[in-house]
Design a protein around this ligand. Structure first.
Ligand SMILES: C[S@@+](CC[C@H](N)C(=O)[O-])C[C@H]1O[C@@H](n2cnc3c(N)ncnc32)[C@H](O)[C@@H]1O
Length: 220
């Protein structure tokens, strides 16, 4: 699929898919959005140490990079699983250069995350183990080896990819969570929140990143 680079308001870039008319992150700031939705409202909020994180849509690896950095700073062992059906070309990832937003060894860390083989766990740093799963999330067999503490639900929007946001998916995800586990997503759509509630989650609307009024956090 054709991808274009777009610059966003905080100086970081993101990717745009003309065929889908959708971008990977907010044009109001890619790194700012990722930090707000997934790190501040998700990872930093979660109290239990050494969490298992599952990301829907590894994509550019930005969420993984920021989480690996956070794991290092807080000295927490994180097992991070991320599913992705359309891995990006190395050249595209290099242009994004997200490593420059992480002061300590960011460039090396970002490259290392992308160099990990698919479908095998890799201890990328003493605090961050990454398992990139190359698979279609909508067809996943749900025989996953561990239960989740935190889910970063970062699929393309429900209008663009409705099959990623179905009741069936949220209900299966719920079963895969540990009690007290949390799901965070940039979407604040009423239908997403209703499906999360039907699945069994307690949901809350939180202030969104710049340019977005709200986002959702769901708790098991
Ligand atoms: C909004 S982007 C976010 C990606 C990533 N979290 C990031 O920060 O770059 C959505 C991601 O979901 C991936 N994706 C789309 N359909 C998928 C599917 N059926 N199964 C797994 N991943 C999928 C896309 O390729 C893309 O990388």
């Amino acid at each position: 699929m054709k991808v274009e680079i777009k610059y966003t308001a905080d100086g970081s870039s993101t990717l745009y898919l003309p065929d889908l008319n959708e971008q990977y992150h907010s044009l109001n700031g890619a790194v700012t959005e990722s930090e707000h939705v997934y790190l501040n409202m998700g990872f930093n909020y979660y109290q239990k140490p050494n969490p298992v994180v599952f990301e829907v849509g590894f994509g550019t690896g930005l969420n993984a990079l920021l989480t690996a950095d956070r794991a290092q700073i807080t000295k927490q062992s994180v097992f991070y699983m991320a599913i992705e059906n359309y891995p990006l070309d190395k050249a595209v990832v290099e242009v994004l250069d997200y490593g420059r937003f992480v002061p300590e060894q960011g460039k090396e860390l970002f490259a290392a995350l992308h160099e990990c083989n698919w479908d095998e766990p890799v201890q990328v740093t003493p605090y961050f183990c990454l398992l990139k799963i190359k698979s279609d999330f909508t067809g996943i067999d749900w025989k996953l080896p561990v239960k989740f503490d935190i889910v970063y639900f970062d699929a393309f929007g429900p209008d663009k990819q409705p099959d990623m946001w179905t009741q069936h998916i949220f209900s299966r995800l719920y079963e895969q969570f540990l009690p007290g586990g949390i799901l965070v997503t940039y979407s604040a759509k009423g239908e997403v929140r209703r499906r999360l509630k039907t699945a069994g989650f307690v949901t809350e609307k939180l202030p969104g990143p710049p340019g977005k009024k709200e986002m959702i956090r769901a708790i098991k």
